[in-house]
Design a protein around this ligand. Structure first.
Ligand code: 16G
Length: 245
């Protein structure tokens, strides 16, 4: 943390440079989960930065979910869920995947509405341009930490009231006898744009996965078009391959 080449007047606000420096140290394992950050005063002394700057940097880490501020005892490194291995052979929901690993799920709703479909949605879901679709846009979290941004779009007769979905979309679909039984998923590598990076609590430009899932009912009808942005460092997708000739 000693002032050096990492701190520069030209590289943006000092508190941001410090928070990035601390975050890097945490991701490199220099500070382990559940250990406390050095005291604000000590960081200020080491870095020759003001206490106000140090406080702002720690506040930013807390906002990003990297550390947790415990009243009266300082800031502690949060325990990030370990990398999630997701099977590419079973059609599961985010809630089921996380529950199976013992993680608590939560979501920040970005949008939950009924609107006209985009041309892409018209083609994929086989609805007419004048029809309505339900749109669920949310930041999905595991143990309180952001994992993915997901935008699910479904025809309104499949999901007449988007507000019915409080935590799991597939649970609501299952209750209505509309649980998809098959899906086609396309995964592409991306660099996270600023808005996505901010929501996911990582730096702009970091590696991400863009995933598109189209899910079908037993009768072959496409009922879900979901476009998701996942943290690249949080997921491994695993498929079993068999030789056949
Ligand atoms: C998964 C699916 C998404 C689906 C969601 C339902 C991928 C890439 N996407 O995140 O298409 O809408 O699960 O989850 O796997 P929920 O039932 O917990 O809302």
């Amino acid at each position: 943390l000693r002032p050096g080449s990492w701190l520069s007047k030209k590289s943006g606000p000092l508190y941001r440079q410090l928070s990035m420096r601390l975050e890097r140290g945490i991701s490199m394992g220099l500070l382990l989960p559940n250990t406390s950050l050095p005291a604000e005063r000590d960081i200020a002394d080491l870095t020759a930065l003001s206490r106000v700057t140090v406080r702002k940097a720690i506040q930013e880490l807390a906002n990003k979910g990297v550390v947790e501020q415990r009243h009266g005892s300082g800031s502690f490194v949060k325990d990030r869920p370990s990398k999630v291995e997701q099977s590419l052979t079973h059609l599961t929901s985010f809630s089921e995947d996380m529950l199976a690993r013992g993680y608590q799920t939560s979501a920040i709703w970005l949008e939950r509405t009924i609107r006209r479909p985009s041309p892409d949605e018209v083609l994929t879901l086989g609805v007419s341009a004048g029809a309505s679709v339900a749109c669920l846009d949310r930041l999905r979290e595991a143990n309180g930490l952001p994992m993915a941004i997901e935008r699910a779009v479904l025809p309104v007769d499949v999901l007449p009231n988007p507000d019915d979905v409080s935590s799991s979309l597939y649970e609501v679909l299952g209750r209505n006898g509309m649980r998809p039984v098959r899906a086609v998923q396309k995964i592409s590598a991306i660099n996270l744009e600023i808005r996505e990076a901010e929501l996911l609590g990582v730096d702009e430009g970091m590696a991400g996965l863009s995933i598109q899932r189209i899910s079908y009912l037993d009768n072959g009808r496409a009922i879900e078009l979901t476009k998701s942005t996942y943290r690249g460092d949080a997921y491994d997708f695993v498929a079993e391959l068999r030789f056949s000739n």
